[in-house]
Ligand binder design. Structure first.
Ligand code: FAD
Length: 408
């Protein structure tokens, strides 16, 4: 039998990226007590730790989260650092109670309360919102481990820039947006092959004046208002889009050819330590970059809410079979824009509205939960590093009750 202390609060949001922060914004606006738990060392890390040259493929005018304008020109494509800084600024502006460095390793239910552990820490809440995109755990084929040890192999998740590669050829595996971006970059210094077939591409160059100011309005309209679970075409396309790479947005197949990147069929396995292609050719390369996507990685959720493919069963983010449980940020949660900066704010608001309705119908709604207050500290004039520090230390334990528990 073990004893310890649990932090109890009405709502816990797991994930402090854009999905968790947008959700926190609406929870704070309603005056509800909550806490955001995030595995990253600091707010914005999901963006900051992506490859160095990454820029958004969506213009800044569609990158604003609810309540705070994304700075700069609306038709610019922000860098990943600018997005990360914006998220830090956002958490500071709304004084969101983010606890960084807390990776939830198990979520389950006991006596109608949700219980979470993160190492030795334990949290309990009436409501849980899992707020994160599907891009949590890099997906690698099983045969990746059979590659010769002298071949440098990286997943796009760990790729930063070409200096991580050794001399010689590079095989980029996967022709999604990551694969195409990275192949174009490494082709400047290495002979490069890209394996696989893209699932379509946007036929216009996105950096032109017309694309930034006209075409993107159309793309946004389609992805945000037409391709949703409320329209027949959205419902028809959703199952395909859940498990398929998105079409290429910035890089076109022609750009790859012009940059000297050779297109080859998909990688079928490994032979004598080298990648073998679907047409039987073996590629003698010195580097392999796996741009093979991600899993949502939810084995830590110990609740009966998944279908046979391992996807959470929800209706626009609401888990109907388990009152109090919600998702925000997943692919096509409500619309094609759901997992992007364009759509996450709208989903966060709908989820918090649903949660508020649930609270109204429950006794807990009248319990005197304290209103969250982050701290009296001012972030005015603080540097970016100081702001990160303020966000991370801003959670005030007085918002949550700390109670002892006994585990059998
Ligand atoms: P994440 O940013 O992944 O944040 C989830 C957070 O949850 C992380 O901080 C993580 O540490 C934390 N977490 C995970 N598991 C746990 C746990 N068990 N316990 C506690 N914390 C946990 N979208 C656009 O709108 N425009 C773009 O141009 C664009 N480009 C993209 C480029 C790439 C390479 C990728 C991968 C995605 C891109 N996206 C883009 C899609 C999307 O906007 C990003 O993936 C974004 O980071 C998703 O934000 P999120 O908050 O939903 O999830």
């Amino acid at each position: 039998m073990k004893s310890g202390y649990a932090t109890r609060i009405q709502t816990i949001v797991i994930g402090g990226g854009q999905a968790g922060l947008a959700t926190g914004h609406y929870l704070a606006k309603r005056g509800l007590p909550f806490l955001i738990l995030d595995a990253g060392a600091q707010v914005g890390d999901a963006w900051r730790l992506r490859w160095d040259s990454l820029r958004l493929f969506t213009p800044a005018r569609y990158a604003s989260l609810p309540g705070m304008h994304f700075p700069g020109r609306g038709d610019a494509f922000p860098t990943k650092e600018q997005v990360a800084d914006y998220l830090v600024e956002y958490a500071c502006r709304f004084r969101l109670p983010v606890r960084n460095g807390v990776r939830v390793d198990r979520l389950w239910q006991k006596d109608a309360r949700f219980v979470m552990t993160a190492g030795k820490q334990r949290f309990e809440s009436d409501n849980v919102i899992v707020a994160m995109a599907n891009y949590q755990v890099p997906r690698l084929p099983m045969f990746a481990r059979e590659l010769r040890p002298d071949i440098v192999q990286l997943h796009s998740h760990d790729y930063r820039n070409p200096s991580q590669l050794q001399k010689g050829g590079v095989l980029v595996v996967g022709v999604g947006n990551s694969g195409a971006d990275i192949a174009l970059e490494v082709a400047q210094s290495h002979p490069t092959w890209i394996a696989g077939q893209e699932s379509g591409h946007i036929p216009w160059p996105i950096e032109t004046f017309v694309a930034r100011n006209v075409i993107f309005r159309f793309i946004r309209f389609m992805g945000h208002h037409v391709l949703t679970v409320n329209t027949p075409i959205g419902r028809k396309l959703r199952p395909k889009m859940l498990h398929r790479a998105a079409p290429l947005v910035r890089v076109k197949p022609r750009d790859l050819i012009e940059a000297g990147v050779e297109r080859v069929p998909r990688v079928a396995g490994v032979k004598n330590g080298l990648p073998i292609l679907a047409d039987g050719r073996v590629r003698d390369v010195q580097n392999v970059i796996w741009c093979t996507g991600y899993e949502h990685g939810f084995p830590w959720i110990d609740l009966p809410i998944f279908d046979e493919k391992g996807d959470p069963i929800h209706d626009k983010g609401i888990v109907k079979s388990l009152p109090g449980m919600y998702f925000v940020g997943l692919n096509f949660l409500y619309s094609m824009s759901s997992a992007t900066l364009i759509g996450v704010g709208r989903d966060a608001e709908r989820t918090v509205n649903a949660l508020t309705r649930r609270l109204r119908n429950r006794a807990s709604a009248v319990q005197p939960w304290p209103v969250p207050v982050c701290s009296e500290m001012s972030d005015e004039g603080a540097t970016q590093e100081e702001k990160v520090y303020l966000v991370n230390r801003d959670f005030d334990a007085s918002e949550a009750s700390v109670e002892s528990f006994t585990r059998h």
